[in-house]
Each structure stands twice: as structure tokens, then as C-alpha cells.
Design a protein around this ligand. Structure first.
Ligand code: LMR
Ligand code: ZN
Ligand code: ZN
Length: 342
């Protein structure tokens, strides 16, 4: 049995820089991904147009075959003028990290109002706002389990104020997030990772390889994510949030890095879920059509890139690279039911 997929997109990818970039960038193409939406949370973060364009060159030097859509990191430097310049340079979006909630978010935002002129400029220039949807952990009643749900009123507020601004709630992890995205209508979308279709809170307590932000939530939340991802609803599309961290940082006794690495097996993880739900016919909406139409990438050169999923087992290696700086892929050592033919 084979499934053909056209212009597969991964709308949330971390490629890092330096040696890690060299290690992980090729895995995007190996995954069968034609379009990668690249996150800007380098150290220091990418807050200027020329920095983003230079980063794109460094990525393309490692692997020129993928279509890279680039993003800026929301910070006070991102003025309406910078947005105009970014739009002209073909930068697709701006990623907003609340201060201190995840990897390299120390420069993140703590209040949204000062950015309203920037959001207005983004709306005018048709750029996308990507939200890491968690409130900061500065109040006692905020926990890793409720930080996303507590963020949702803010999403509604931003959407009400900027109804034409295309907003993506990144890596949805709760039933409440899915409902809120649906309530907003077509200018708001939710990206969903592969690992959040598998993991729950029980999976990462005691296993730091499964620790990511936002953390995986309850079985009912996971069921809502599976339902949304496999439904074909154009408001939901794939963003792997494949987030490589050296194994030495993932397995520290304290302060383990947040992030699950899912390249280059993302399509296989998804195919198993869709198959188990009897929804393989909606896989192409989730990984190809919905994201491409939200991001308007239809006319990019990658539009004719095809990939085939074949029902033939593949075993996931224990590590990409080697310890201490290698990366452990999700479900390392397990055998999956599908292979990717490029
Ligand atoms: C996130 O999206 O918050 C994480 O993937 C951050 C990261 O870079 O590991
Ligand atoms: Zn994030
Ligand atoms: Zn991320």
C-alpha cells in the first residue's frame, strides 16, 4: 500500500545553528518535507531582517532543496518599519514567545499592547503572527498544565482587535485550545505536532526525552488533538516543533531542555495515528493542503514536490550523531509501519 503526498509542509521547525544545524537540516528533506517554516529562537534571537536572511543562507548552504519560510523574533526592535522591510524581503511571519516559558525565550514579551502598532503593520502587510501560547509562570496559580488554557483569552483578544491578521496558535496541546481556534474562524489556525498526538502527562513525568513545552496534557486533550488533526478541518495543520537538543542537555538531572526531536520520521508517526483512526484519506489535508493555503505557499517552486509513504517497516535509530552532542529521535529504537520514499 502506498500514499502519495504533494508539497508536504512542516510549519514549525527548529534548525538551530552551527554544528547542530549541519546535523539536523538534512533530516527535513529526509522526512519528505518540501516546505519548512523556520523558528527564530537562536542565541541571540533573530530580531532584524538581515539576520534572518543571513540565517536562511546558512541553512540553504547545508541543504538548498527545501523551501524555507523564515520568521522574525518579536521584540521591541520589530517596529512597523521593520515589518514593512521584512514583508518586502519575503519573510513570512513573526514568532512571539512569552518571556521565559521555553527554550531561548529570555528575550520574549511580557505585555502585548506595546506591540499593537507592529501587529497592525503585520495585518496590513499580510504577515503571519505565530504565538507560543502559554502565559508566563510568574503567578502562583500558573502551572505547566494550565499555562496554555490561561493564554486563550489573549488569543481571542488579539483576534478581536486584529480580525484580518493571520494568527497561528503554535503546538496546540489542549481541547480548550482547539475549541478556541475553531471559534475564531479562518484567519486563526492551530498547528499540531506529531508527538502531542502520542504523549500525555504520564509520558513525560519520569522521562525527560518526552519533556517539551507546552507539555503534553491529559488523555482527553490528546483525543481532541487527534480529532482536530485527522478531521480535515482547514484551521489545523502540521507543525512538528521538531526541537533538537544535545542528549547531554535532555538528560540532565536538573534543568533538562524542553523539546522533542521528530525529524526525519514525522510522516511515519502521523501515518500511524491517521491509520489507526481510519482517517488516512485526511493525511494530505493535514500535512499538505491546509498549511499551504493558510500560508499562501501554493505558487512556490516546491509545489510539485511529491513524497510516497509505503507500508514497509522502518526502525528508528537510537541517536542522530553521537553523545554528548547527538540528538535522540522520538520513539528511538522502535519499528514503525511506514517508510518514506523520496
Ligand atoms: C518551543 O516551541 O517552545 C520549543 O520547541 C522551543 C525550542 O526551541 O526547543
Ligand atoms: Zn513554542
Ligand atoms: Zn518550537
Amino acid at each position: 500500500m502506498e500514499i502519495q503526498l504533494k508539497q508536504v509542509g512542516d510549519y514549525h521547525v527548529h534548525l538551530r545553528d552551527g554544528e547542530m544545524l549541519k546535523l539536523v537540516a538534512p533530516t527535513v528533506k529526509e522526512s519528505g518535507i518540501a516546505v519548512a517554516y523556520v523558528m527564530p529562537n537562536l542565541v541571540p534571537p533573530l530580531t532584524a531582517v538581515d539576520q534572518v536572511l543571513a540565517y536562511k543562507e546558512r541553512i540553504s548552504a547545508v541543504d538548498p532543496d527545501t523551501e524555507y519560510l523564515m520568521t522574525l523574533y518579536l521584540s521591541p526592535e520589530i517596529t512597523p518599519e521593520v515589518i514593512a522591510e521584512a514583508a518586502k524581503a519575503g519573510i513570512a511571519g513573526v514568532k512571539c514567545y512569552p518571556a521565559g516559558v521555553t527554550t531561548n525565550s529570555d528575550h520574549g514579551v511580557s505585555s502585548y499592547e506595546p506591540f499593537y502598532p507592529t501587529f497592525a503593520a503585520m495585518e496590513e502587510h499580510d504577515m503571519v503572527l505565530n504565538l507560543h501560547g502559554e502565559v508566563p509562570f510568574s503567578h502562583d496559580d500558573v502551572t505547566v498544565m494550565n499555562a496554555e488554557e490561561k493564554f486563550l483569552p489573549l488569543l481571542l483578544q488579539l483576534h478581536e482587535r486584529f480580525p484580518k491578521l493571520r494568527i497561528v496558535l503554535e503546538h496546540c496541546t489542549t481541547a480548550a485550545a482547539i475549541q478556541t481556534v475553531k471559534k475564531c474562524g479562518p484567519t486563526v489556525a492551530g498547528s499540531i505536532t506529531a508527538h502531542h498526538l502520542y504523549l500525555t502527562v504520564n509520558s513525560w513525568g519520569g522521562n525527560s526525552l518526552h519533556f517539551c513545552k507546552p507539555v503534553a496534557k491529559t488523555p482527553a486533550d490528546r483525543a481532541a488533538l487527534i480529532e482536530a488533526a485527522t478531521s480535515g478541518n482547514p484551521q489545523f495543520f502540521f507543525g512538528s516543533d521538531s526541537a533538537p537538543h544535545p542528549v547531554v542537555n535532555k538528560t540532565k538531572l536538573t534543568g533538562a531542555a524542553a523539546g522533542v526531536f521528530t525529524q526525519p520520521f514525522v510522516l511515519q508517526y502521523l501515518a500511524e495515528i491517521f491509520e489507526d483512526q481510519g482517517k488516512l484519506n485526511n493525511l494530505s489535508a493535514f500535512v499538505s493542503e491546509n498549511g499551504a493555503s493558510f500560508y499562501k505557499v501554493g505558487t512556490h517552486p516546491s509545489k510539485d514536490k511529491m513524497v510516497t509513504l509505503k507500508k514497509s517497516p522502518v526502525t528508528i535509530p537510537e541517536m542522530l550523531g553521537s553523545s554528548p552532542n547527538g540528538v535522540v529521535p522520538f520513539r528511538a529504537g522502535e519499528t514503525l509501519r511506514w517508510s518514506v520514499l523520496l
